[in-house]
Design a protein around this ligand. Structure first.
Ligand SMILES: Cc1cc2nc3c(=O)[nH]c(=O)nc-3n(C[C@H](O)[C@H](O)[C@H](O)COP(=O)(O)OP(=O)(O)OC[C@H]3O[C@@H](n4cnc5c(N)ncnc54)[C@H](O)[C@@H]3O)c2cc1C
Length: 323
């Protein structure tokens, strides 16, 4: 009961989130005196398998045909069976929507306890303590997960990757589970987000737009600015709810938690629910016409001006610098 399991979706590869939870798992297993088991769910990804074979003590590829596409009931059944055998102290997930969906359900099936959005982990007398933000990022709480296993999804980028691969040279074991018939869920339609873009949670620079932009068109200009900065575009909930940009762009308490080096908020007021998503940003900058907008309280750099005057100038300067 001192081992740590990490659950990864093969399709995501060894992204920043996978690196973070692998690092977190290894450090936690060391403090518990246990081993790290990686479960890779979905079609075989050779690169990820090889990578994890060097980082974990044991790798289980749950790549059987029934798990080729994400189906919560089947994933849950597979994870429950594997984890019942392994009897780990902790099971760590990433912060993608699938993992967030599976975390509490897996904890319930295993008779354990769960929490989400962990930003630090510590084991004390065999009990996992998880730190997370509360009150919209204004405070931090440490929660003791007393019922084992502790099932937790972690905030991307909150945990450092392992500096080097270990000497584990594990062989990858393939599952051959008997999964139940899935008559509860089926895929009706699949809509892909714009391809080729990294996850917002992994972006080093984010240019984000709010309701003050006044409509969908200015987002095209923000995208151009983001491209010049080598970053990505995001939005406040007000802008997403207005249908000006995809819901997947939403940052905040009910959106994505991001941690870029630079977060440029354009015409965003800085409501506490928005700020909850950017508390890990290294630098926040804002352009807002209202000098009293709350966003300026958290800003390293701020410009009190109409975005329509500032954004074109910024683009011009950045383009000139890149010539
Ligand atoms: C339970 C709950 C969860 C929520 N979750 C989220 C969440 O995850 N993410 C989120 O973002 N919100 C969330 N909200 C909503 C949040 O409270 C705010 O309503 C929202 O963040 C406001 O978005 P905004 O700043 O874009 O819009 P507004 O509040 O309308 O602010 C627009 C800003 O644009 C400025 N502006 C206007 N014109 C210009 C101009 N020409 N140039 C420059 N600046 C200009 C204004 O001065 C103003 O500061 C949540 C709310 C609740 C109750």
């Amino acid at each position: 009961m001192s081992d740590v399991v990490i659950s990864l979706f093969s399709a995501a590869g060894y992204d920043r989130a996978a690196q973070g939870i692998t690092g977190a798992a290894r450090r936690l297993a060391e403090s518990l005196g246990g081993r790290v088991h990686a479960i890779l769910i979905g079609p075989h990804n050779p690169e990820l398998s090889i990578r994890m074979a060097g980082l974990a003590d044991a790798v289980i590829a749950a790549d059987q045909a029934e798990l080729a596409e994400y189906q919560p009931e089947l994933c849950l059944a597979a994870l429950t069976q594997i984890c019942r055998d392994l009897k780990p102290a902790a099971i760590l997930f990433s912060n993608d929507t699938y993992s967030q969906e599976l975390t509490p359900r897996l904890a319930h099936r295993l008779g354990g306890s769960s929490i989400g959005d962990g930003i630090a982990l510590a084991a004390e007398n065999g009990v996992l303590h998880v730190k997370r933000s509360v009150y919209g990022g204004k405070a931090e709480a440490t929660i003791a997960l007393k019922r084992s296993p502790a099932v937790v999804w972690l905030r991307a980028r909150a945990f450092e990757p392992l500096a080097t691969a270990g000497e584990f040279a594990t062989t990858v074991k393939q599952t051959n589970l008997v999964l139940p018939a899935n008559d509860r869920t089926h895929i009706v339609e699949r809509k892909s987000e714009a391809s080729g873009e990294a996850r917002l949670e992994d972006a080093a620079v984010i240019v984000s737009g709010g309701r003050g932009l006044g409509g969908p068109e200015p987002f095209a200009e923000l995208q151009e600015l983001a491209q010049l900065l080598g970053g990505q575009t995001a939005a406040s909930r007000a802008a997403c709810d207005s249908g000006w940009c995809p819901p997947s762009w939403q940052v905040g308490q009910t959106g994505k938690k991001v941690a870029p080096g630079l977060y440029l908020a354009v015409a965003i007021r800085g409501a506490s629910q928005h700020m909850a998503g950017i508390s890990d940003a290294k630098n926040i900058a804002a352009i807002n016409i209202d000098a009293d907008a709350p966003i300026f309280k958290s800003c390293r750099f701020g410009i009190v001006e109409d975005y329509k005057k500032v954004v074109p100038l910024l683009k011009e300067k950045l383009a000139a610098l890149q010539k």
